[in-house]
Design a protein around this ligand. Structure first.
Ligand SMILES: Nc1ncnc2c1ncn2[C@@H]1O[C@H](COP(=O)(O)OP(=O)(O)O)[C@@H](O)[C@H]1O
Ligand SMILES: O=P(O)(O)OC[C@H](O)CO
Length: 515
């Protein structure tokens, strides 16, 4: 029997997960571990890259052991039945390590970290934003890796000289995991991750010397860029007992687009996790945004799905499910995140209450680091249920802003939105979303789309699947939410939101770097 299983590693912002997935796209085993978040100063968010690695390795071992232990009587399960490994990862997070020891030289700077906002502002003032957008497809923002890497090189003692001497390695999280998984033999990152650095020319698929000069980054620290689908390297045999081929790599949001089988231009998904990330497949040419969305590499390869390169348009919303965490941890309104659904469903609407969840500024398409959260429209009859409903509405409204910008950039609106992520389980939120978009919102049977996406990429590279059609056939609908409100009511709700959002803008002008 040829190997028919894949090990998918899903390295997220708050936890590391590993899944064993079979050739039907079914999850056979899953292990997950949270790891510490560090907030050393206002606006700073750090991870210990060794925590990332240790938690990821531990869950990989756990998931494989679980899968083997579940063998039916008479069945043997060995690692020889695992065709390969797929890696999906939190993007933009920046790791710098010592090539000789394999140890990080500083804490990893997480995508949410705002410490480099002033440096980005200075580059904007100097007129570099337009060139950066043309080359990289991105907006000039502290979200992306370049300013974070520049910060590390400037602030870690000796880092600049050591980087120039070729002693240090920079990587996005995929790169770091592959380095550890291969015992330091491979220093690579995939094109979808490279496209999130602000250093990668998305037209030529190469690091850009002009941008390296702009951020003062020595070429010697950079990983080699590899396709998202294809053999990358074998893991160190000591880690799992036998070497396993790493054969699929993608940033987690691009992986989810693939896992949702959005293979044709115009297809889109939205992931409702900590933040919300909407991505649309725009085909083999980059679609330059004129509405402040991001143009990004969706994936490179596989030939079974697209000729070579596939691009996407993306809108990132910083506070999605994290808004519900705030209801739970900040306000104590609920004990568990899933309680928000019943609470919000206990009232027919938000009773005039409106929440703008700009707790960490506003992401796409507003890109306002100085916006702050707003709760408005309160009156003596307002209850916790109204606030819960306003919170869900605030999440859906931010996504509607992205959706509308996407329709303007692409020239045609998305016909239906495929959804996934923890908060997509919330029926009230999904109905609000369909009502605000005016198109159906579709929740698939399998919502582990991030892991599934890289399992598919690795499976295409190793022959487990042989066509995009075979993968698309495994995607199925669990529930479809149809819009239920009139155009006039939708327009009315959107207008109220825009009014509230306008009032949240530019609030924290004085402390630019601190969300
Ligand atoms: N039923 C629910 N309704 C609304 N939000 C939810 C619900 N269940 C989980 N969440 C939110 O979803 C997020 C977790 O989703 P997940 O996809 O695991 O996120 P991530 O991958 O970013 O860690 C949390 O922010 C949580 O508050
Ligand atoms: O780890 P997640 O799922 O919150 O995703 C983070 C994104 O990749 C950041 O761009």
């Amino acid at each position: 029997m040829p190997p028919r299983h894949l090990l998918a590693l899903d390295q997220g912002t708050t936890s590391s997960r590993a899944l064993v997935i079979d050739d039907q796209g079914q999850v056979q085993a899953l292990a997950q571990r949270e790891f510490p978040q560090h907030f050393p100063q206002s606006g700073w968010v750090e991870h210990d890259a060794m925590d990332i690695w240790r938690s990821q390795y531990a869950v990989a071992q756990e998931a494989l052991a679980q899968w083997q232990a579940q063998a039916r009587p008479g069945e043997t399960r060995t690692l020889a039945q695992v065709a390969g490994i797929g890696i999906a990862n939190q993007r933009e997070t920046t790791v710098l390590w010592d090539r000789a020891t394999g140890l990080p030289v500083a804490p990893a700077i997480v995508w949410q970290d705002r410490r480099t906002a002033p440096a980005c502002e200075a580059l904007r003032q100097a007129g570099h934003a337009a060139r950066l957008q043309r080359r990289t497809g991105l907006v000039l923002d502290a979200y992306f890796s370049a300013s974070k890497l520049a910060w590390l090189l400037a602030h870690v003692p000796g880092a600049r000289q050591r980087a120039e001497a070729g002693e240090l390695a920079f990587g996005t999280v995929d790169s770091w995991l592959i380095w550890r998984l291969t015992g330091g033999r491979a220093h690579v990152c995939d094109a979808s991750n490279a496209a999130r650095t602000l250093l990668f020319d998305i037209h030529r698929f190469a690091w850009d010397d002009g941008l390296l000069r702009l951020f003062d980054i020595p070429r010697a620290v950079l990983p080699r860029v590899v396709p998202s689908c294809g053999w990358v390297a074998d893991t160190d045999a000591a880690l799992f007992g036998i070497p396993l081929p790493i054969a699929g790599v993608a940033g987690d949001q691009q992986a989810a687009l693939f896992g949702q089988a959005c293979f044709a231009p115009g297809m889109a998904k939205n992931t409702y996790g900590t933040g919300c990330f909407m991505l649309m497949n725009t085909g083999d040419e980059p679609c330059r945004s004129t509405h402040r969305l991001l143009t990004t590499v969706a994936w490179q390869g596989p030939p079974e799905v697209a000729a070579n390169k596939t691009y996407g348009l993306e809108g990132s919303v910083f506070m999605g499910g994290a808004t519900i965490q705030w209801l739970r941890d900040g306000l104590g309104l609920i004990q568990r995140a899933d309680e928000v659904q019943a609470l919000a469903a206990s009232v027919p609407d938000a009773g005039g209450v409106c929440m703008v969840p700009a707790f960490a500024g506003l992401g796409a398409p507003h890109w306002d680091p100085h916006a702050r959260g707003l709760l408005v429209g309160l009156h003596r009859g307002s209850t916790r249920a109204h606030i819960a409903r306003a919170a869900l509405d605030g999440i859906a409204q931010q996504c509607a802003d992205v959706f509308e910008a996407m329709a303007l950039d692409a020239g045609t609106p998305v016909q239906e939105l495929r959804v996934d992520g923890g908060a997509s389980r919330n029926d009230v939120l999904m109905q609000l979303q369909a009502d605000l978009l005016g198109v159906p919102v579709v929740r698939p049977r399998q919502t582990e789309t991030t892991a599934l996406g890289v399992a598919y990429l690795a499976g295409l590279a190793t022959g487990v699947w042989t066509s995009g059609a075979a993968i698309a056939a495994q995607w199925g609908v669990a529930r479809r939410f149809e819009p239920t409100v009139s155009e006039a009511e939708r327009a009315d709700r959107r207008a109220v939101w825009r009014d509230a959002m306008r009032r949240s803008r530019h609030w924290a002008r004085a402390d630019a770097a601190a969300p």
